[in-house]
Design a protein around this ligand. Structure first.
Ligand code: SF4
Length: 455
């Protein structure tokens, strides 16, 4: 559970961490510049954005039918589709597949959903080894850290820090340049693909008309993960469905421009079936994960499901730029994470997040599908305040009881005088007075004065 105290404490640490500040500053400004350059290049930026938004909203509008269409297409091609209501069921499906095919060693390409279901820890408990193959995720795994960004998992680390981590924890020889570090990881991971008996991926989109699961990557690890091992398991959130290939053409242009400042990423993989005769896996499974998405779908926050996880709103957010991703204490940090996290994990468990925004609107401007993030953050604040309103009513009822009982009232006033004598509030309300004065209770109350002067 993320409390306001915990959020503030971690934010203070992050703001005072000069290495972290350098890393965030470098990465976000590079990403923002790249995005702007690439978006400016499009012939009609506003129209393309509207087209992308329409594609996502049509996908959401027809979500149940499109998912069934994709399921039928995959099954017709010899793949298997499994539905997972929650984290436990998704992990159970993966473990069942591992048991059925006697799988012991896997490789995984980058996927936020597998972070969400904590797949690695479920596999480890079952004695199954899994190696991350995305360079950033590999560094996260070696260092025992967590990703701090949707698309740049180690954006919180400088090159020098990454070198130190790999030398200390993975036995890497001294490496001077980023290219040397990459060459080490490449060498190290190449063997893992050859030894793996299954590969796990996420999916950026599922195209309903043919059932293709699309992965958009730059390192080629996604392609190796899906083609070398005999079993491929894709785990994808149900909201990733889009109706047609034409929609994909629109969305992929905006995804790569917004995420990495590229016209198109180096690899785009589309898989809807086992294909051992060509270069694919012998068995293909798609696990469709709900894990709270149906509840969001049925709520006023349905628009948040249109997110294509490009990370642009994180890069442009002044709060994220100041504190980085770990302070959000969630797989999904930044502005969109401040909406998704309370909705997926319960508003009370992430109550500071909707307030971690200046509501400047930079996130909405940067979002390639024009999600109204500030509006949803405001609505979440109202929801949380309405819940706290109940606390206010309970407090007032307690006060009413107190003033009807003189002894209790006098004790309460004496206590309040002591606790507020320094113009601050005591725990657990002290956060409010960290930045403000609280006018303390009068040391001499009217009642005291009256008794003294009108005996
Ligand atoms: S909310 Fe928009 S900008 Fe943020 S990650 Fe999702 S698609 Fe990208």
């Amino acid at each position: 559970m993320l409390t306001t105290d915990k959020f503030r404490q971690s934010a203070r640490v992050a703001i005072n961490d000069s290495q972290l500040q350098t890393a965030i500053q470098r990465a976000t400004s590079r990403a923002n510049e790249g995005r702007e350059t690439m978006m400016d290049e499009t012939t009609n930026r506003a129209a393309l954005r509207q087209q992308a938004r329409d594609a996502r909203l049509r996908g959401l509008r027809d979500l149940p039918e499109l998912l069934e269409q994709a399921e039928a297409a995959i099954q017709a091609m010899g793949g298997k589709v499994l539905w997972a209501l929650d984290t436990a069921e998704a992990n159970k499906h993966v473990l069942n597949i591992c048991r059925q095919h006697k799988l012991k060693r896997g490789v995984k390409s980058k996927s936020m959903v597998t972070e969400e279901i904590q797949l690695l820890s479920a596999l480890k408990t079952a004695g199954i080894e899994m190696i991350e193959t995305d360079l950033g995720e590999f560094i996260v795994q070696v260092s025992g850290d967590h990703p701090s960004h949707i698309t740049m998992p180690v954006m919180h680390l400088t090159k020098e820090r990454i070198r130190d981590v790999l030398m200390e924890k993975d036995g890497m020889p001294y490496a001077e340049t980023a290219e040397d570090i990459t060459a080490y990881a490449r060498q190290r991971l190449r063997q893992a693909y050859l030894e793996a008996d299954f590969g796990v991926t996420g999916g950026n989109f599922i195209i309903a008309e043919t059932g293709h699961v699309i992965t958009v990557t730059n390192e080629g690890n996604g392609r190796l993960t899906t083609t070398i091992p005999p079993v491929h398991i894709a785990i994808v959130g149900i909201e990733k469905i889009i109706p047609t290939w034409a929609d994909f053409i629109t969305l992929v242009q905006l995804l790569t421009r917004s995420a990495t400042g590229q016209r198109l990423s180096v690899y785009v993989n589309a898989i809807n079936a086992p294909s051992p005769a060509i270069d694919g896996a012998q068995h293909f499974y798609l696990i469709l994960l709900d894990n709270g998405r149906s509840d969001i779908y049925a709520s006023e926050y349905v628009e948040s499901l249109a997110c294509i996880r490009c990370g642009a709103c994180l890069n442009t957010c002044p709060v994220y730029q100041s504190i980085g991703g770990h302070v959000y204490d969630s797989v999904y940090p930044g502005p969109i994470g401040s909406i998704i996290t309370p909705l997926l994990y319960g508003k009370k468990n992430a109550s500071p997040l909707p307030f971690a925004s200046s509501l400047c609107g930079a996130c909405k401007s940067a979002c390639p599908v024009d999600i109204n993030i500030p509006d949803m953050l405001l609505r979440l604040r109202q929801d949380l305040q309405a819940e706290q309103g109940n606390l206010w009513r309970i407090g007032m009822a307690g006060f009413g009881f107190g003033i009807r009982h003189p002894l209790l009232y006098r004790t309460g006033v004496a206590l309040a005088k002591r606790l507020t004598s320094k113009n601050t509030l005591p725990r657990p309300f002290q956060g409010w007075t960290d930045e403000r004065d609280f006018p303390g209770f009068a040391q001499q109350t009217f009642r005291d004065w009256w008794q003294k002067h009108h005996k």
